[in-house]
Design a protein around this ligand. Structure first.
Ligand SMILES: NC(=O)c1ccc[n+]([C@@H]2O[C@H](COP(=O)([O-])OP(=O)(O)OC[C@H]3O[C@@H](n4cnc5c(N)ncnc54)[C@H](OP(=O)(O)O)[C@@H]3O)[C@@H](O)[C@H]2O)c1
Length: 288
């Protein structure tokens, strides 16, 4: 698998990562054993970058569900394989009665980090991302909590999620930011329009598209929504989902898609997407 720089962190990760949300959030999520098997399959096919969050669970009573799954799966790896894995988690959201609500208070972020360290079974988190700006907590205060965690050695690198260029600039005045995770998909091109994709490229940050296949529910219907994907998939004997992932990889070397998966077949397919060889005119057609 091609490896890409995780921004200016000095870390290298597989060009396609794995989003772990579908292992915990959906009603029909897999069993714990199945979920662990999917994560281990991803490692087997060369995926070294895993995205999670403490809020990936069904409700507040099981906060950390997804982080614990990753911790359990990674504890089964031999130390050489484990040392190549980079885990990105997030803090800043809570799940009262299953709702997604912000809590960007420094006290919450610091407590969430201590729990995440236990959940993941690590001494220091590779990449800790602020999940979403909190409308009632000054953004600089939230990012400041991440900076303090970094100073204390509890986290190695800081990332942002769901942010504008202005918010990234503000965060950069408080801490070193290595990645930005915003929604980016065929039918959601906002990062190309609001400047975030270009800004992150210019400032040596990784851009991590969330829901790159349109989200857990829409991912299966990609081709119906965009016939070009089906045409290219048939021509290259791949799937429309693989076409989308390869298109993202070609857009810029700082893009690291994190397609979600709850089945082994999905991680195997996503990892193979990098092998598609598009002609320039096919790539251009996808960009139109
Ligand atoms: N920062 C944020 O606010 C935020 C928000 C949403 C998501 N995220 C992150 O971004 C990740 C990705 O987003 P997402 O999971 O919402 O949506 P997604 O990646 O667009 O779609 C996920 C679905 O795509 C299917 N899939 C994956 N690879 C496939 C392939 N190669 N062929 C066919 N189907 C495939 C999976 O099916 P199966 O389940 O059947 O395997 C999965 O349920 C999340 O897992 C999470 O880590 C972050």
């Amino acid at each position: 698998m091609e490896m890409r720089k995780l921004g200016s962190s000095g870390l290298m990760v597989s060009a396609i990562g794995m989003g772990c949300m579908p292992l915990s959030v959906p009603e029909n999520r897999p069993s714990e054993d199945e979920a662990i098997a999917v994560i281990l399959k991803a490692v087997e096919v060369g995926i070294t970058f895993f995205d999670t969050a403490d809020a990936y669970c069904r409700d507040q009573s099981e906060m950390g569900h997804n982080e614990r799954l990753i911790g359990k799966a990674l504890s089964r790896l031999d130390s050489s394989t484990r040392s190549k894995i980079v885990v990105a988690t997030k803090a800043g959201l809570v799940r009262p009665e299953g709702r997604w609500e912000p809590d960007g208070s420094p006290a919450h972020i610091k407590a969430a980090c201590d729990t995440a360290l236990k959940n993941l079974g690590v001494d220091s988190i590779d990449l800790y991302q602020f999940h979403r700006p909190h409308p009632r907590v000054p953004f600089a205060d939230s990012v400041g909590a991440f900076a303090e965690l970094q100073k204390a050695g509890k986290i190695k690198h800081i990332g942002l999620s769901n942010v504008s260029v202005l918010e990234i600039e503000l965060a950069m005045s408080v801490a070193k930011i290595v990645s930005v995770q915003n929604q980016f998909a065929r039918n959601h091109r906002k990062p190309q329009q609001d400047g975030v994709l270009e800004f992150t490229r210019k400032h040596n940050m990784a851009f991590l598209p969330w829901s790159p296949l349109g989200g857990i529910k829409a991912a299966k219907g990609l081709a119906a929504a965009e016939p070009l994907l089906e045409t290219l998939a048939v021509h290259h004997r791949v799937t429309p989902q693989q076409v989308v992932l390869k298109w993202m990889l070609l857009l810029s070397p700082h893009i690291i898609p994190i397609p979600g998966a709850s089945r082994k077949e999905s991680v195997v397919s996503s990892a193979a997407a990098e092998n598609i060889l598009f002609k320039l005119e096919e790539f251009e057609a996808l960009n139109d």
